[in-house]
Design a protein around this ligand. Structure first.
Ligand SMILES: C[S@@+](CC[C@H](N)C(=O)[O-])C[C@H]1O[C@@H](n2cnc3c(N)ncnc32)[C@H](O)[C@@H]1O
Length: 254
């Protein structure tokens, strides 16, 4: 693990109780935890939402997934969840952190139908032209695109641009799975402290409001129950806490 600077993937790994993080990552994570003590709980709730959302899409017959801002491999990974329902599911993992890409490439060497791509998700226009991606995925059939716990690391404008880029190539009948932390109710000082921690990780985040997040679904058909707090989307036992994190799954019709 490279000692510095911190990275958002390794900060998140620390929230999840992982071992792939350095002292600099832990310091940045603790700076965020001082402002959002429930960040650890939220990270786990995010992973549980990922599992429920992928299960729901696999149940609808979706067997191709693109995980944008994938993070370090965390079990169960998207391919493991999808393949419980549809064993031939294909998964493209995308991230712009070289450490994350290296870990995900290692997964590829042991399993068919998995690919790791190093790309900035703020503009994925070139993604469907990549020869390896074309070999893996069939863009004439539905694809499920995940952006989990990542758009809040972008500005509201960048998040919108990232979505618009996906919608330029997402096949008709594809799905979008989104979750993000939101800043409503936080003081300017809290927002500044969080932004400062992530700035060390070379991310300039100003945070998203709930309204910014809701607007990302404009023009898409939300699946029931719509946009919810993270722990409540189709949860058998909904988390009693209402976290300042929201999620939703929507269908795209061209
Ligand atoms: C908080 S982690 C979320 C990981 C995973 N989606 C999950 O929910 O478990 C955010 C990930 O997004 C990646 N990321 C952040 N900004 C990105 C960008 N502009 N392009 C590609 N990946 C990005 C980071 O490297 C990190 O791995």
């Amino acid at each position: 693990v490279s000692p510095s600077p911190p990275s958002s993937a390794r900060i998140y790994d620390y929230y999840l109780g992982g071992k792939d993080n350095s002292e600099a990552d832990r310091q940045a994570a603790e700076q965020v935890l001082r402002q959002i003590p429930e960040a650890r709980f939220a990270a786990r709730a995010n992973r549980r939402f990922l599992v429920r959302a992928v299960q729901a899409l696999a149940g609808l017959g979706v067997d191709q997934f693109i995980d944008l801002g994938t993070g370090l491999p965390t079990s169960p990974n998207v391919h493991e969840v999808a393949r419980e329902t549809l064993p031939d599911s294909k998964v493209l993992y995308v991230d712009n952190d070289p450490v994350v890409s290296a870990h995900n490439r290692a997964l590829r060497s042991t399993r068919d139908g998995i690919l790791s791509l190093d790309m900035d998700i703020r503009n994925t226009d070139a993604l469907p032209q990549d020869p390896d991606v074309r070999e893996l995925l069939d863009f004439t059939r539905p694809v499920g695109v995940l952006m989990i716990a990542v758009v809040h690391l972008l500005s509201a404008g960048e998040a919108r641009a990232a979505l618009d880029s996906v919608l330029r190539w997402l096949p008709d009948g594809g799905y979008l799975v989104l979750s993000a932390a939101t800043i409503d109710g936080m003081s300017d000082e809290q927002i500044h402290e969080i932004a400062d921690a992530y700035e060390n990780a070379e991310l300039r985040t100003t945070g998203l409001t709930r309204s910014d997040f809701v607007h990302l679904f404009d023009g898409l058909d939300l699946l029931p129950p719509g946009i919810t707090s993270l722990g409540k989307w189709r949860a058998k036992e909904p988390d009693p806490k209402s976290l300042a994190c929201h999620c939703g799954v929507a269908r795209f019709t061209r």
